[in-house]
Design a protein around this ligand. Structure first.
Ligand code: ADP
Ligand code: MG
Length: 258
């Protein structure tokens, strides 16, 4: 049996610019304690890169933030509101938290334009014409405006991932989660996706990015989180983390990837 810790709301108000707050979050998969006492506050406009060995809980952390996974205890708040358990509020929350996965997850039988317009029409009840207009603008912004009428399979992996980013942005999310967005791409396509993400970061988007791209972490991240065994073991600025990691786990990890 697993111990369930119930966390009471703190009396003090969160910092005014705290957009994503996790307090004492715990999650198990059966006997596996996959997230252990996670405390994390992400400020509006902050770019947080999450790194760590395979199986350390990085994807699960992202998936709990947009409620693709439930948690066993603790609190997660987006912009001051606790995550809803289910129902219509959950759909609304999902719209506020954009997610981009390693596999692009585009609808194969819809055009690129439809892929980006669809969520606005279905969830936000935006008129189709307006949704398509916005979709075209977003496709331009990620550099694939000329691919709007094609189907996903006709695009390269890098182009598809940029469409996936445009699709997430179409919902006007408050925060964007990226779970290894370039890991499935051929090497020559990685930069075109990272550049779109860099631009988003410069535009002030709040971002959580799980990635092994240390160049991106160095140049775009305000903060690096290092996870191991379901815990945030270390967090620092990229400069501090890459030049002087403190924990043995982080030193070991960096020695293998750098
Ligand atoms: P990471 O993204 O850091 O590689 P994950 O969050 O995907 O790690 O997984 C953390 C651990 O949880 C791994 O041991 C993984 O096998 C396990 N896990 C992930 N998803 C599930 C699931 N749906 N059911 C059972 N175990 C899972
Ligand atoms: Mg993962």
């Amino acid at each position: 049996m697993t111990e369930v810790v119930v966390t009471k709301d703190k009396d003090s108000a969160p910092a005014a610019d705290a957009l994503v707050v996790l307090e004492n979050v715990n999650k198990h998969f059966g006997p596996l304690h996959v997230l252990q006492d996670i405390d994390l506050t992400i400020a509006r406009g902050e770019v947080v890169v999450v790194i760590g060995p395979s199986g350390s809980g990085k994807s699960t952390l992202c998936r709990t933030i947009n409620r693709l996974e439930t948690i066993d205890s603790g609190v997660i708040r987006i912009d001051g509101k606790p995550l809803p358990a289910e129902g219509r509020d959950l759909a609304r929350l999902r719209a506020e938290v954009g997610m981009v996965f390693q596999s692009f997850n585009l609808f194969a039988h819809k055009t690129v334009l439809q892929n980006v317009a669809l969520g606005q029409v279905k969830v936000r009840k935006v008129p189709r014409r307006e949704a398509e207009e916005k979709a075209r603008q977003l496709l331009d912004r990620v550099g694939v405006g000329n691919q709007a009428d094609k189907y996903p399979a006709q695009l390269s992996g890098g182009q598809q991932q940029r469409v996936a980013i445009a699709r997430a942005l179409a919902m006007d999310p408050k925060v964007m989660l990226f779970d290894e967005p370039t890991s499935a791409l051929d090497p020559e396509m990685i930069n075109e996706v990272l550049e779109v993400m860099q631009q988003l970061a410069r535009d002030g988007m709040t971002m959580v990015v799980v990635t092994h791209e240390m160049g991106f972490a160095r140049s775009a991240a305000n903060r690096v989180l290092f996870m191991a065994d379901g815990r945030i073991v270390e967090q620092a600025t990229p400069e501090q983390f890459f030049t002087a990691p403190k924990s043995d786990r982080a030193k070991d990890f960096l020695s293998k990837i750098l």
